[in-house]
Design a protein around this ligand. Sequence first.
Ligand code: NAD
Length: 488
Amino acid sequence: MKNNEIPAYAGIKNYINGEFINPESNQWIDNYNPSNGEVYGQIPNSSKEDVEQAFQSAKSAFPSWSQTTLEERSRILIKISELLEANLDRFAEAESKDNGKPVSLAKMVDIPRAASNFRFFGNAITQFASESHESVGQNAVNYTLRQPIGVVGCISPWNLPLYLFTWKIAPAIAAGNCVVAKPSEVTPMTAYLLGEICSEAGLPKGVLNIVHGLGTTTGQAIVEHPNIKAISFTGGTATGAHIAKVAAPMFKKLSLELGGKNPNIIFADCDYDDMLNTTVRSSFANQGQICLCGSRIFVEETIYEKFKADFVEKVKSLKVGHPSEIDTNIGALVSKPHLEKVKSYIKIAKEEGATILCGGNEVTVEGYENGYYLQPTVIEVKTDDCRVNQEEIFGPVVTIMPFKTEDDVLEMANKVKYGLSATLWTNNLKRTMRMSNQLQAGIVWVNTWMMRDLRTPFGGVKASGVGREGGFEALRFFTEAKNVCIKY
Ligand code: NAD
């Protein structure tokens, strides 16, 4: 890469046909640094015309890219992965500055995972085989072609910016599609830097086009575009429902990865210390802004009081601080409006008669007084059907309550509109099997959390989404199956 520093005042441009260009409308949006509340750059608010330009660039690149050999596509994806690893520090610092997450987390998780996404799909595409079926007794053979769709749209959220952006782009281009992609307007920086890396890795012009802007203008223009044939979206449930409505009359292929309100179910027979440490992480990693965070903690009543005391003590010891400080556990929330939303739920909890066991207040970090910092907050709820236990808060806030029986907790765990993930802590094998079968979730973790193998299907049920990402599921989404039947 040419520059080693993130410019102090970062002007971001669209990446179309391998070039960095200004938006046609010349409309710009301020980009905030959540650690100090200051504007540190601007991004285009791209219009329909910019999206059309990105589409035309993708369309022109498609005939050649879709015919590029799998080995060549694989080589380029792996090269992108290597360049991301070589630029780890720069990307991690940019991610942290844009999002408010600790730099240490971005260095350990976000950027390595973005690199893994490219490496994984660079390898997976070479193993993605077609099926064939001999129609015995009919003198016929069927084989299934998996053909790229054409130009596809990828739209991603702000919580794991590069991690989720690349989780879509890598399989899309591996499968031979060309892409019009939009990162969140709140965290555009690493997507912008990715453009440079892709050019350097030799990705042909037009295969990946990145347009920046608001969801309601740029995102909407991607979804409304009649010739962008598939949309892979990660974000809020309400946005997902809106996208589904807009896309339906055009029969677009849709993958929707949406919100969650995930149960973390703790039985007395678990490995206690492991459970306690992991539960702190699954509650507050990334300021609790991970769709997979276990935001509803249910504890078997026999260990409830002990757990409550131990958990609260550990949570109180977490350090809220500037994202670049090495001992910071909890950085800044992503934006002022999001901080206000999370705070409003703490108010709702009080109105609902719940008890704030710790946290609940903003934190002033010396030297960064206008940053968006909030104490990690534990709310003891009286019933499972209160709003703080039913609605996605998406911040450093968890609820806890006791349960008596397996049936009781199963019913409460499933009694939300979401169904993304669930975590179960127990050493009882039969219970593990019974509950894993019945939990309404796309992912069940037992005695662990957030352990990911990129070959496995990822996604949710109910209001948490439609479709699966990961492994061959993603490659299936980004291809159309065509069966050919030959009689001989
Ligand atoms: P969001 O829905 O507000 O925005 C997500 C993306 O969609 C952004 O790029 C935004 O600009 C765009 N967008 C908004 N309106 C649009 C429209 N009308 N048309 C097209 N695009 C539009 O979500 P967010 O606040 O950025 O992210 C937080 C949400 O994402 C949470 O609900 C969280 O649970 C969810 N999430 C889910 C997963 C998952 O894998 N299931 C992962 C991460 C985050």
